[in-house]
Design a protein around this ligand. Sequence first.
Ligand code: CTP
Ligand code: MG
Length: 227
Amino acid sequence: MSRRYAIVPAAGSGSRFGAACPKQYLQLAGRPLMWHTLASLCALECIDKVVLVISAQDEWFDDYEWDLPRLSVQRIGGPTRAESVSNGLAALDAAADDWVLVHDAARCCLTVGMVERLLAELADDPVGGLLALPVPDTVKRADRDGRVASTLPRSGLWLAQTPQMFRAGLLSRALSDVDFDTITDEASAIEKLGYKPRLVEGDASNFKITWPRDLTLARAILAARKE
Ligand code: CTP
Ligand code: MG
């Protein structure tokens, strides 16, 4: 039977957030932000190992308690997210048929239920897929002066989230074929090989912490779940 693994890229610097430390280490509900991310993945016993990819220059990881089962920390982050994921995949040494779930460290409101839905929906899928959300708003394309150049038809548009789940062999082939600078998720690498990843409806609370305002929202969500 094929195994399931998770890779969590966490080697970014959080430049858009602009904090004194990378955003994955900001304090959230008494823990570093990415502890919450990892806790949801490590709670699933059907995931054999969770590989956390941090930077070789990381100065923060050792300052905290992680106490999470099946967590493997690898100081092999690359200059791009895609390269961090690719390095994590190489370190896994997975069989071609094993499933790999890639999830951003900065999506800290992930729940066990969201991962279970993805696993169930894709269990028999020949390609794999990702959590995503249909775009709810009207979408505008801006010109260089910040004015509306056009309105895009939103029907059929989805916002990609993570986890993104693919067989290790296919993902490895896809990542070895792409220019790491040109992709921001695994699905686009798979698409470049001509495959069509499946869209599984996610949840709005599974957003990525990018700017300071996102942290306020994550705090409120985690506090509300605790009540
Ligand atoms: N990431 C990574 N290696 C990189 C860049 C990003 O592992 N070289 C990780 C981040 O740590 C994050 C996830 O990929 O968990 C999504 O990336 P993003 O939200 O863009 O985070 P940062 O790159 O840290 O933020 P920014 O782009 O604002 O600098
Ligand atoms: Mg980035």
